[in-house]
Design a binder for this molecule. Sequence first.
Ligand SMILES: *Cc1c(COP(=O)(O)O)cnc(C)c1O
Length: 386
Amino acid sequence: MSLKSSTIAIHNGLNEDTQFGCVVPPIYLSSTYNFTGFNEPRVHDYSRRGNPGRDIVQRTIAQLEGGSGAVMTNSGMSALHLLCTVFLQPGDLLVAPHDCYGGSYRLFNSQHQRGAYQVQFVNQNNQDELLAALKKKPKLVLIETPSNPLLTIYDIEHIARLAHEVGAFVVVDNTFLSPVLQQPIALGADFVVHSCTKYLNGHSDIIAGAVIAKEEKWALELAWWANNIGVTGGAFDSYLLLRGIRTLSPRIKQQQSNALEIVNYLTAQPWVKKLYYPALQDHAGHEIAVKQQKGFGAMLSFEFNGDEQQLCRFLSALTLFTLAESLGGVETLISHTATMTHAGMSAEARAAAGITDSLLRISVGIEDSEDLIADLENAFRVAAQR
Ligand SMILES: *Cc1c(COP(=O)(O)O)cnc(C)c1O
């Protein structure tokens, strides 16, 4: 029986406890497990290698992404680092998006500088640039779509086909949409990575990551290395992550519906110079989003149409939008790209990427959309006061 994602999210791990008949799986805090006798290990021997709670969450994430296995790691960054460790040797090339997550950019760049592997950052929507990079026969091609913060869409199926022609593995960072809204393996990816810190956990109270492999052999290889270098997720985090995943589907649907309401409101708002949301007809890659996504998601950005003082007043007047980095939680967050998420980028690099000093990014939560819009309305009014 093939189950739908909301059922997978709820059903995994229920009623597995034989001692007390617990409906919900308990947290197994033991770092070690006894042997039943001389040279007779159980399924688990040590919690870095395997933990019953982590097993359940890994199985759940793998099923949601349509992969054959997954490894939960202690952050999204360690998930990416694990993949690079397994697949890239000195001299091997990684092709990464020019507008990838800032932390990913820093990781690849610093590893490149110390000779661990080579990286080339490419605008994957520029066919010539992409083909020139693929000619160098990369080992790994990373795709991140929608991109941060401008929500640019990249065609997974198309890029994966070209990458496979030169023998590269294709990895998709699916953090911004979650498997409920996009399933990269069905579109041709070999691996999917997540910052589970974001939508999968959904409550902004853990840091965690995951790598999902299409083929079982690679899932086993990744699990071996995750234990070897010690980046597996902890027992408490496994518990919280599974608990978060239980409600992933209704959460993201509500977040997306709120995002649509907010976008409708902002479209007619004179304080908004330019709005970035994949549902908009004139958005870069709107057509591809319609083809490869099951929804437009709950992240949006806009350019504030005012000076810095007005921007300051606007942000201070908001009461339901928290000025903070990160995304995907039940609470609505707003961030100022130039001074927050992309402060590590030079002003020139930001300008080249199309990021202006007036850009704001919103991660829409599950509050009532009418309250969120009223809060925006009030803050725009305050911004206008001299
Ligand atoms: C946050 C994020 C990461 C890094 O994940 P952490 O859990 O913060 O280590 C990687 N990719 C994307 C797209 C992210 O948003």
